[in-house]
Design a protein around this ligand. Sequence first.
Ligand code: 5AD
Length: 478
Amino acid sequence: MPSVYIKTYGCQMNERDSEAVAAQLVAKGYSLAPSEAVADVILLNTCSVRDFAEQKAVRKMENVAAETRRHRPEVVLGFMGCMAQSRGQELIDRLPDVDLVVGTQKFHHAAEYLDDILAGRRDKVVDVAEEEGSEAAIREHLLNGNGPKSVTAFVSIMQGCNQRCTFCIVPFTRGGERSRSIPDIVAECRQLVAQGVKEITLLGQIVTSYGKRGFGGMAVDGRAGSPLPAARSDANHGAHGVTRPTLQKSPFVQLLEAVHEIKGLERIRFTSPHPKGYGDDLIEAYVRLPKLVESAHLPVQSGSDRVLKLMHRGYTRTRCLGIIEKLRRAKSEIGISTDIIVGFPGETENDFADTVSLVREVEFDQAFIFKYSPRRDTPAAEMPGQVPQKTREERNQHLLQVINEVGKRKYGAFVGRRTQILVEGPSKKNPARMTGRTRCNKIVVFDGSERYRGQIMDVKIIRAGSFTLYGDLAIVNL
Ligand code: 5AD
């Protein structure tokens, strides 16, 4: 059977999609090639969120095509994912060596299309159509493939986004919001836990909107066949007959509760959320559900209300600060990360200064900074006041310095403390050492052996590097 090599660009959702495709191919008898140089099939799973990511994948395919054409013309080449979705046939017109283009609702057909191409039944395949129910098709995992057991796993709970932020291409590449049912997700999580997984990250483009538009075409209101109980609007009857309304729970919080029930699961994370999704029900869930770790991603994008409005984010700086305050009141140790775009059209020096001051005020534990990149068909690409590349670069550098300075302080504060980690496996940089993750999402590198993999243990932090902690096994573990 042929071997396949998949290279992934972009976010964790893309990583997850690639894993599911690889698992489907392995189930059909394909093997996974250790490098593209020896693969019979080379697939690039692409990202479109910024132009740079698209350019990288196109350049990579140009190189791969030139190489294989010369020495191994029978190799099958394909694009999958977001850029495949938004460009479709255009990719083959530009790169005629490409045989396959698989959109974001068609990952589960990749194996079937490859079989057809390899058997000579079809020459080229481009499939970027919508497919009802495809949100539930990202379910296969590659656990324990050849190597040791996976401690962590990602589970896709929904696809798409309806938010329509003016900078964002995701609604075009991933389509509208579609959620899997709670029982379906829980069954997948249970299976993972039975295979030894200790930590599950629930994934989607906008997980806090999970279930808001029904499930696989069904409404959320508990009508016949709906997999969710009707959203709770009941009331508590206290002493003396006083009625106290209970907190309305969003479908996402109901999902967290259901996953939390799974015995043997130790930790739950989720990404990516929308700041306005941190309602009181979710904040309260951090207090109530011990497996939900003290970590929150709050992609603020900007600290300027004017820019937030132009971005169509649906919240203000004050609202974000209020959410962060509530999260910290609920869990003082919570690690808070963010995404920020610099150089959004119309962003003035004052607006940028507002972003810098927000970062200083909040003291994010980690922040991912993106230089604004105009995307096809998005409103922001046509807005007046496009910021020159040089200014975007300067603001990026400036903000990076601030983030590093804040990070140094936040990470430094851990030195000398004992903290709980889940050991994930050998460190990528130095396989002689092991890495684990704190509940608040900080990587800890320490001297230890494989036998600690999958264990929850205490380490003492002895040093802080750049967004990494270095630990020593605390006495209690010896
Ligand atoms: N330009 C720059 N950054 C972008 N992001 C999304 N769209 C763009 C764009 N057009 C960033 C946002 C988002 C992260 C995943 O990517 O910060 O949260």
